[in-house]
Design a binder for this molecule. Structure first.
Ligand code: GLN
Length: 268
């Protein structure tokens, strides 16, 4: 297959390596002609405001929007998830999203770069099911529309000053299941992850996306490109089973914070 990686800004090379390691042919997309003949497009992590501006100035926003409306499969990670969403909370007023998946995404939901962390995630349909989620100044999904399947969630930290993070499983923290938010979603042949599978040293999510691309999928979301802010009512039907969430058992992995220097600005 021919996989395009949007290469305007962000951690492009890590996705290139992942798909090449899986034997796919990869094109770095910097201008409209690079989109020709793609079987799928990947929008990497980085800085969604910057990528949004560059998408506009390169003419790629319009071209990609059209291809997504025609059913081009897409995978967005972190900033890429923000760009594929229906609406963004916490974005710049002029930040645009492609409306390819019916989710509302909150930018920088865990705080600043220094509050980046890693967490093992349970992913629907993946066996063995723990996948290392690398969250770098990550977004979360606040709202999902009908037809969106939630494949993984993460527990949100308690508000500052209210004690331990709820996510500190294994270190005495209490998980508040109400505080779990989706971090991996699929609708039709569009997948979006709030974390960075390309940095996990584990190709299973890239493989999962390739299997989505190779199987015919029903049509995707509304595909109504929008500006930031919730543009529609929140008529949410969450297609997920809360019983499948990670438990707070002793073997459950913990939340680990990372110093800012560990990940570069390129990724967040
Ligand atoms: N915080 C970034 C944004 O809003 C996303 C971070 C990332 O891609 N690692 O665009």
């Amino acid at each position: 297959m021919k996989i395009g990686i949007l290469a305007l800004q962000g951690d492009v090379v890590e996705h290139v390596r992942a798909f090449e390691a899986l034997g796919e042919s990869v094109v770095q997309v910097r201008s409209v002609p690079d989109l020709a003949g793609l079987d799928a497009l990947v929008l990497p992590g980085g800085e969604s405001t910057t990528i949004s501006v560059l998408l506009d100035s390169s003419g790629l926003f319009h071209a990609i929007s059209g291809l997504l409306a025609d059913g081009l499969p897409a995978f967005g990670t972190c900033a890429g998830m923000i760009l594929l969403s229906r609406a963004t909370i916490g974005g710049r007023a002029d930040q645009r999203c492609l409306g390819a998946i019916d989710i509302v995404v909150r930018r920088n939901a865990f705080g600043r770069q220094v509050e980046s962390f890693e967490r093992d995630l349970r992913i629907e349909g993946m066996s063995p099911d723990w996948f290392r989620g690398v969250f770098i100044r990550a977004p979360v999904v606040e709202d999902v529309g009908d037809g969106v399947v939630v494949l993984a969630e993460v527990e949100m930290p308690l508000a500052r000053g209210r004690g331990e993070r709820t996510g500190a499983v294994g270190s005495g923290g209490v998980i508040d299941r109400q505080a779990c938010k989706p971090v991996l979603c699929r609708q039709g042949s569009v997948m979006a992850a709030a974390f960075h599978p390309e940095l996990a040293g584990d190709l299973r999510l890239h493989e999962m996306f390739l299997s989505v691309v190779s199987q015919p999928q029903p049509p995707t979301a509304s595909n109504s490109p929008c500006s930031s802010g919730i543009s529609r009512g929140s008529n949410v039907s969450r297609q997920r089973d809360r019983q499948d969430l990670p438990s707070s058992g002793a073997s459950a992995p913990g939340l680990s914070g990372f110093p800012e220097a560990r990940y570069s600005e390129r990724q967040g």
